[in-house]
Design a binder for this molecule. Structure first.
Ligand SMILES: *[C@@H]1O[C@H](CO)[C@@H](O)[C@H](O)[C@H]1NC(C)=O
Length: 392
């Protein structure tokens, strides 16, 4: 019996040793070993792709290292599935986008597709969007622009300590993924830059975004159709348009959004705080099971808003009501200042009224006075203190 125990202990030790050894031995592929130049001018796309192919094909966990310096990288798709079960992209330097003429029409700068167990750590990605924004501001014919970093149809993804600046359009997009952690990320673009959303999530499950600061010209975080189990904590937003579930209900055949938690978010000078936004169009979409808690509003135009009458450019929605059903939305401990009189606005669908809205411990002021609340087709309950008084 004692022998058996000793034998098993030995086996455990050997396994631990092998594990340690193999992780020490994990292959490291340095971008410069593949010919990349840190001068910010030489196109390093081919080197990057070769490094990816090596890492992806490695039977061991693999690391791609981007050293200090500036690396110009064009449109690039890191495709899986990979042999390596764990790939880390360790960035110490800055990845720089090419001019918008080449990227803007493609729609995406760096894309990871069909990968599993990929982490992106540290570093900076610079989308260099300002010349595109100038083009748009001048009203010329300019391309739409590109998302800086996208993950598509992927699993077990981690993005940590990354800084993303001046994307042409969205900074980070998570589409059709499962198990994504975004941690300690910094996103920055001017408040006036068009469509520079911070993080957009759609068609994805089990997404966690924590400890992240987002300053942009559009949504801080936007949550699109088909998102379930998303957890957002300790995020700061502003300038920008705040955290938005939506726009939803643009299509009739659309997946719903379920189980969203947003806690301890701080909004500073944003257009919205906590928003749910749907098109005024027929749709079978839905939003249910949303918890907004412990949010701080500093001079926010619409701290709490449900807008089911969105109709940008009247694309088949004039005089129609939204088919998206919104239910079980809880607001707990939401405090601070509104930059407009109506701090709480539930403008729900006439054909599909909001149900199960719960308000608890709300205190929103406008110019140091209690703000106002407005309700249309909204039903729910209140508890604790609710200022402005609820109109549910
Ligand atoms: C809701 O999502 C969280 C993660 O954000 C998860 O821990 C929890 O189990 C989910 N709840 C349900 C009922 O699926």
């Amino acid at each position: 019996m004692a022998q058996l125990i000793i034998n098993s202990l030995l086996l455990v030790l050997i396994l631990l040793f092998v594990q340690l050894f193999s992780s020490v031995k994990a292959a490291v592929y340095d971008l410069t070993d593949f010919g990349a130049k840190s001068d910010g001018e030489t196109d390093s796309s081919k080197s990057f792709l070769s490094a990816w192919d090596a890492a992806c094909g490695s039977p061991e966990p693999a690391t791609i290292h981007v050293p200090a310096g500036f690396f110009l990288v064009g449109q690039i798709t890191f495709s899986g599935p990979c042999k390596s079960s764990k790939i880390t992209l360790q960035i110490d330097g800055t990845l720089v986008a090419p001019s918008y003429d080449s990227l803007g029409k493609v729609g995406e700068w760096m894309v990871f597709a069909q990968v599993e167990g990929v982490s992106v750590h540290g570093g900076t990605i610079d989308g260099r969007g300002s010349s595109l924004w100038s083009c748009k501001a001048a009203g010329g014919s300019c391309p739409d622009g590109a998302t800086s970093l996208a993950f598509k149809s992927s699993k077990d993804i981690m993005i940590s300590g990354l800084t993303s600046i001046n994307s042409e359009m969205f900074h980070i997009v998570i589409d059709d993924c499962q198990g994504v952690t975004v941690q300690g990320v910094k996103i920055t673009a001017p408040g006036s830059s068009p469509n520079t959303d911070g993080i957009h999530v759609q068609g994805s499950a089990d997404v966690t975004i924590t400890g992240t600061g987002i300053k942009t010209g559009d949504d801080c975080i936007s949550i699109g159709p088909g998102t379930t189990n998303i957890w957002i904590e300790q995020v700061t937003c502003g300038p920008g348009h705040g955290i938005s579930i939506g726009s939803l209900g643009k299509e009739y055949d659309e997946e719903g959004v379920e189980n969203v938690t947003v806690r301890t978010a701080v909004f500073t000078g944003t257009q919205n705080g906590l928003r749910i936004k749907t098109w005024g169009r027929p749709s079978q979409g839905f939003v249910r099971g949303v918890v907004f808690e412990h949010a701080t509003m500093q001079n926010v135009q619409n701290p709490i808003i449900i807008d089911q009458n969105y109709c940008n450019g009247h694309r088949g929605c004039a005089d129609k009501s939204s088919g998206v059903k919104i239910s079980e939305v809880t607001y707990t401990d939401i405090q601070g200042s509104s930059a407009s009189q109506v701090a709480m606005n539930f403008d729900c669908s006439a054909s599909n009224p909001c149900s199960g809205i719960e308000l608890q411990d709300i205190k929103l002021t406008y110019e140091n006075q209690p703000a106002e609340a407005s309700c249309n087709h909204a039903d729910g309950t209140t508890s604790g203190f609710v200022v402005p008084p609820s109109c549910l």
